[in-house]
Design a protein around this ligand. Structure first.
Ligand code: 13P
Length: 380
């Protein structure tokens, strides 16, 4: 190895009340730790949030189930929180979460999603995130400045710079190897997808020291993950091959699945039914019909191959939108923002609860406050 050994993650760092390093939650999931017991592994859905409403709904879900809470922000989400300025957004959103966490019953990690260290603007956001969040992604597999895939050497070089700053202050780093296709927002646009090359994995992990890795095995960002009627196929055998290598390097390494939204068929049906009763919506209905998520069985296959963090955004955006369409359809003369806010917050909370239950992420910090088996997620 031509590089000096990267710094280890400082596990002695204490964050403010109930805030924890992202990797700590993921390692618990890999080891299957709930309360004081050790059992079957589970996954931690990392929910991308773009509004304070989303944060409120996520806290309600985590506290209902006693879950480990992982909240992620893209650059563009931070700009939205900061009304155009990502650094102000970071300050506002992270301090809001810390206030909620202080009185929370569960532990929370905050994460910069798709942090870009290849451009000047992106670098500033990564540096500020290391100060204000508990986990960051160093997404350098594509050079955002040049708009082309990075060489392995560049990806390692940029990712090491982030690890050098983050690990000593107890902030975990997620690297990416391979290029993921799809579009969630302007931070994640890519037409092409390349699988992670297993021959590059050992060198990448050893040289960067990351404990979290997003390999690319066929998932895709956004609402159009495949063709309607056809199942999205992930490369699960490759995921197992990569896990074997990663465990040999360090068995505390966990994998991250991007583009893990399954999209709930009943939410899509609800939205289409609502839209049908509004006027001239054929194009919108067609768009909803073309939304395709990744089957949950495929994601379960990834969880079985060491994917402990499953990134989820699109399905919650869809749930929000479907609930809003339903609320307007039902009662568009209610002149009260709180009415629509309460309805959409409840829908989002239930969407989060559904995914946490599917991932087995409940009863981690306390017993669930609802009966898991009878929970039935639907919009009405
Ligand atoms: P989805 O678009 O499938 O929700 O994926 C979100 C994601 O990977 C964020 O990084």
């Amino acid at each position: 190895m031509k590089y000096k050994s990267p710094p280890e993650l400082n596990r002695g760092r204490r964050f403010s009340d109930n805030m924890v390093c992202g990797h700590e939650l993921l390692l618990k999931a890999k080891l299957g730790i709930r309360g004081n017991t050790k059992g079957v592994g589970y996954a931690v859905p990392a929910f991308n949030v773009t509004t304070f409403q989303g944060i409120n709904a996520a806290f309600e879900a985590f506290e209902t189930l006693g879950s480990s809470g992982y909240l992620a922000f893209s650059n563009s989400a931070l700009k939205h929180f900061g009304r155009g300025d990502a650094i102000s957004g970071l300050e506002l959103a992270s301090s809001y979460i810390e206030r909620l966490a202080k009185v929370s019953t569960v532990k929370i990690a905050t994460h910069l999603d798709h942090g870009d260290y290849t451009s000047d603007g992106g670098r500033k956001v990564v540096q500020a995130s290391i100060e204000m969040l508990t986990s960051v992604m160093a997404d350098n597999s594509t050079n955002k400045k040049l708009g082309i895939p990075s060489s392995l050497e560049d990806n390692i070089g940029f990712t090491r710079e982030v690890v050098n700053m983050a690990h000593p202050v107890g902030v975990s780093v997620e690297g990416e190897l391979g290029v993921l296709a799809g579009e969630e927002d302007e931070d994640t646009k890519s037409e092409v997808s390349t699988y992670t090359n297993p021959e590059e994995l050992e060198e990448f992990l050893k040289c960067t020291g990351v404990l979290m890795l997003a390999p690319t095995i066929g998932t895709k960002h956004g609402p159009n993950k495949g063709k309607p009627g056809e199942k999205v196929k992930l490369n699960i055998p490759l995921a197992h091959e990569l896990l074997k290598t990663a465990n040999e390097v360090n068995d505390e390494i966990v994998f991250v699945a991007h583009g893990a939204s399954t999209l709930y068929p009943n939410v899509v049906k609800f939205a289409i039914d609502q839209l049908k009763s509004l006027s001239d919506n054929s194009e919108t209905i067609e768009n909803w019909r073309n939304f395709v998520g990744t089957d949950w069985e495929q994601i379960q296959g990834l969880i079985g191959a060491g994917f402990c963090k499953i990134n989820t955004d699109t399905e919650n955006r869809q749930t929000f939108l479907a609930a809003l369409i339903g609320a307007i359809n039902k009662n568009a003369s209610k002149v009260d923002i709180r009415y629509y806010d309460n309805l959409t917050t409840a829908a989002l909370r239930n969407s989060y609860i559904q995914k946490l239950i599917m991932a087995g992420n409940y009863g981690i910090w306390h017993e669930p406050k609802i009966d898991i088996k009878s929970f039935n997620f639907k919009l009405d």
